[in-house]
Design a protein around this ligand. Structure first.
Ligand code: HEC
Ligand code: HEC
Length: 213
């Protein structure tokens, strides 16, 4: 909540998109529902995800995200957003439409229980690191860490973990926020940021987070 208030201060002069962007509203009922997802049931259902997202939820395919260790609330939200066409992708839309609310909660809790992918140190990415830690006051860009956490581990509710995530996926989805093709971020939080990032910055930030632990 604190980070959200902080962010509202950042975007106060801009207009917040009026149309609802997600099928999910974070009511106590929704939170309670996701929290009580059945991991055993989720594990069974997850067999149909393994070919793409990996046996243990760690993806080996560049543009397919890992799901292991992701916040259950975030995974649940994304599955419901694909199902309601608030987020779209040729493969995931039809898969998510075949899942019930309960299936989505069960899967989300199962994937959250798995060990996250671990990043490996690689390139020095000083500019990306600066953006993550300090943002850019000139462009009213808040540092990524205020929302995504000091180690990219994600924060409450719908702010996903990014560390160890596949760089090609991160870059692709950031570009989609930038163009508005992906628009299921509540309050336009990621679109407002991605719009201001250059394609080079996006590539470097994606690589930075893949490498981060
Ligand atoms: C045929 C390959 C394939 C299968 C099978 C598949 N997925 Fe996906 N999944 C993808 C791809 C590719 C993406 C990236 C889509 C995008 O860019 O929007 C994705 C994205 C996702 C996301 C969004 C993650 C994020 O970080 O935003 C979730 C959640 C997800 N899949 C869950 C599942 C679940 C649960 C199953 C099984 C019931 C499943 N997927 C089966 C390929 C697949
Ligand atoms: C004000 C809080 C906030 C800040 C600051 C922020 N993010 Fe986000 N980010 C979010 C939220 C919320 C989502 C999930 C939106 C959704 O539901 O689609 C998200 C999603 C993402 C995703 C999609 C992950 C996935 O698995 O699909 C990426 C990549 C990302 N952010 C990168 C960044 C980077 C890089 C920065 C810094 C330049 C940044 N974010 C700064 C709140 C923030």
């Amino acid at each position: 909540m604190k980070t959200f208030i902080l962010f509202l201060a950042f975007i106060a002069p801009t207009v917040v998109f009026a149309a609802s962007s997600s099928s999910i509203a974070w009511t106590p009922e929704t939170l309670n529902f996701v929290k009580h997802g059945n991991a055993e049931k989720g594990k069974e259902l997850a067999q149909t995800c393994a070919a793409c997202h990996g046996e243990e939820g760690v993806s080996a395919m560049p543009e397919t995200p890992s799901l292991a260790g992701q916040l259950a609330t975030y995974t649940y939200k994304e599955l419901r957003d694909y199902a309601s066409d608030q987020r779209s992708h040729p493969v995931m839309t039809s898969i998510a439409k075949g899942l019930s609310d309960q299936d989505a909660a069960d899967l989300a809790v199962w994937f959250a229980s798995l060990k996250p992918a671990v990043g490996e140190a690689g390139k020095q990415l000083a500019k990306a690191e600066k953006m993550v830690e300090e943002g850019d006051g000139k462009r009213i860009l808040p540092p990524c860490f205020v929302c995504h956490g000091a180690n990219g581990q994600g924060e409450k509710l719908d702010i996903p973990a990014l560390s160890g995530q596949r760089a090609d996926y991160l870059a692709k989805t950031l570009l989609e926020y930038k163009t508005g093709q992906r628009h299921n971020d509540i309050y336009s939080r990621m679109r407002l940021i991605a719009q201001q990032l250059s394609e080079t910055e996006i590539k470097d930030l994606a690589q930075y987070y893949q490498q981060s632990k």
